[in-house]
Write a protein of this length. Sequence first.
Length: 238
Amino acid sequence: MDTPETNRPHLVPARGLKLQDLEPAIARPREKLLKYGARVLTNTELLAVLLGSGVVGENVLRVAEDLMRRHGAEGLPGLTLEGWRASRGVGTVKACQLTAAFELARRILLRPTSDFRVSSPREAYDLVRDLKRVRKEHLVALYLDAQNILIQRETITIGSLNTTRTHPREILQPAILHSALSFVLVHNHPSGSLEPSRDDVDFTRSIARAAELMGVGLADHLIVSPRGYVSLKERGVL
């Protein structure tokens, strides 16, 4: 529950104003964090702290608000380095810092003291629930070891996804890099549909054939939406 974001209005100054123009000073995200702690900050204010500063004519809160409006809090962790760099108000240095921050957070969240075992579609779905409500289509792979323990989660593509255009090497290269024995593919349907398309089926089978040649198994392919998930293995595609 994100009480500060949803139940309390946040102050975003008009375009052109600097944060120093905000009164009182505690309205500035960094000062608020120092006085009250991170939990009281809204998502926009937390992002503003990570950004550090704005650009000419745009204060940092406005830059953060624009990013939040375009991607939503759920979409920010999936932005690639190039995605951050292409965002207005985010240069190369900030893009590197933000990419590193979200990657570190993702690794910490995905690697608790007890390992994740993926031996069923439900267990795979539990690792990708964040894809239920992202606004853009993502293709994600979960790479597993011989005991079906999660080694690594990789985002393969983001955007207007056409899985048939995703080359098998983009999926299989991380499998080789991480010495995975098998992997689970996942992609989301922001429209809410859980029905696999003909392209989804053909793509799944082509990746399975390519993976077999490399000595890696495609364990399943899940379609995720706000309505839940569907396993193409359970549908008999694999």
